[in-house]
Design a protein around this ligand. Structure first.
Ligand code: IPE
Ligand code: IPE
Ligand code: MG
Length: 238
């Protein structure tokens, strides 16, 4: 497929439906998460073909700790396995990897692997892949406000200088542009605490396909549709 006329520079994805995909097959939910991880590879590869420079994926939310211990620890194991297995391929493909979310609750070994992968790929520029892990929009804004308030208390910042741009610099996403397009798979039409601040003017696509069935062809088609949307950002069409 040719590059769409107007590509979204930053696409964010809520990868949903792994559990249902597995349950429909009478398999444990973790089987669905493994199938979902394989899809990530495919979508990452597809991004440069369609002009997407930033891809942000929701891997684990601050609310996902409410799941069974078995599922949570299986997911954490999967994240470690994914980093170990894919680090070299990501490096060679020119992908710069970043993680957003609160690392404090994650196990030390995983955090070390995340840090190492960020460092390893720090010079890459072909695709900026951001993985949201233990991420929640409210949690992110709360942590940002805490740091901001601390800086005010230390006289590093005047409270009257705080505006949206300043607050944005305290967010985990400070180095990323806002997402142009947010895709959620699995038919759920909600944002589940994903990029609340950053998606103020994003376009949304809610797709029925379950994440493990979401092919690069379908991804490219969704990205292609973006070019037909008219974004007004609150203004009247010229
Ligand atoms: C999304 O799939 C992946 C994570 C939340 C880690 P789900 O596990 O939420 O799948 P469903 O929604 O139960 O089908
Ligand atoms: C959002 O999906 C989180 C991720 C995809 C990682 P959930 O499945 O956790 O969201 P809800 O519970 O349906 O809102
Ligand atoms: Mg879900």
């Amino acid at each position: 497929m040719a590059k769409p006329k107007s590509s979204p520079k930053h696409v964010a994805v809520i990868m949903d439906g792994n559990g249902r995909w597995a349950e429909m097959r009478g398999r444990p939910r973790l089987v669905g998460h493994h199938a979902g991880a394989r899809r990530v590879q495919e979508i990452v590869k597809a991004c440069p073909d369609v002009g997407v420079e930033y891809l942000t994926i929701f891997a684990f939310s601050t609310e996902n700790w409410k799941r069974t211990q078995r599922e949570v620890s299986g997911l954490m194991r999967l994240f470690r396995k994914y980093i170990l297995k894919e680090a070299k391929a990501l490096l060679q493909a020119g992908v710069r990897v970043r993680f957003i979310g609160d690392r404090i609750k994650l196990d030390e070994k995983l955090v070390r692997m995340m840090d190492d992968l960020e460092l390893l790929t720090a010079d890459n520029t072909k695709l900026h892949l951001t993985v949201a892990l233990n991420y929640g929009g409210r949690d992110e804004v709360t942590r940002a406000v805490q740091r901001l308030a601390f800086d005010v208390s230390q006289n590093k910042l005047k409270y009257t200088d705080v505006d949206a741009e300043v607050l944005g610099k305290y967010l985990d996403t400070r180095l990323l542009p806002d997402p142009d397009l947010v895709i959620r798979t699995s038919g759920e039409a909600r944002i589940s605490n994903f990029l609340l601040w950053q998606s103020a003017y994003s376009e949304y696509e809610f797709i029925d396909t379950l994440w493990p069935d979401f092919t690069s062809e379908e991804f490219k088609a969704v990205v292609g549709r973006f070019g037909t949307r008219e974004r007004r950002f609150g203004a009247v069409k010229a």
